[in-house]
Design a protein around this ligand. Structure first.
Ligand code: FES
Length: 173
């Protein structure tokens, strides 16, 4: 039998998030097809997809939680705990790797004090490995927020990290 605590649990999805997900339903042939957009909506709002959100998304889409979880875990993009306000993806695919991408990533890691996949203690920046960003002509490259940083070098890292921190400070909570 469910306990009172379990039944009175605060929902993870706010009414605003639920409304945004539901707005996608008429655009797709099936509710299941809304799984990925729903995960992105939750991620945009919460900077992660908490485990508690999975059954709630499943209920909206009339799926089992396992179906939502399968989609979520297929993509390395989604995390269960909040990412930094800015997520920086340093490309490690071939063109960037050949042109110093690994060194840039390592310098970013040192400057931020985190390893790839981790978030700085102040919650401002999450550093990530990225795969080809489609700008190989400008390798090595990095994507942070909506901005692509091209022709990166180790010398630029301090400046770039300051830019990311300012970007995080400007971002809404
Ligand atoms: S390999 Fe890095 S952008 Fe294509």
């Amino acid at each position: 039998m469910a306990t009172a605590a379990a039944t009175s649990k605060t929902p993870v999805l706010t009414p605003e998030i639920r409304k945004e997900i539901e707005a996608y339903l008429p655009r797709y042939p099936t509710k299941q097809a809304v799984t990925l957009p729903a995960l992105h909506i939750v991620n945009d709002h919460l900077r992660c997809v908490p485990m508690g959100a999975i059954p709630e998304i499943a209920e909206i889409l009339e799926l089992s939680p396992a179906q939502v979880y399968d989609t979520l875990t297929f993509y390395g993009f989604f995390k269960h705990t909040p990412c930094g306000k800015v997520r920086a993806w340093v490309c490690r695919s071939i063109s960037c790797a050949l042109r110093g991408g690994e060194e840039v990533l390592s310098a970013m890691s040192d400057k931020l004090g985190v390893r790839p996949g981790e978030t700085t203690e102040d919650g401002r920046v999450t550093l990530e490995f990225g795969e080809c960003l489609g700008v190989c002509d400008f390798a090595p490259a990095m994507l942070a927020g909506d901005e692509v940083y091209k022709n990166m070098s180790v010398d630029q890292v301090s400046h770039v990290v300051s830019q990311l921190q300012s970007q995080a400070d400007r971002a809404a909570d």
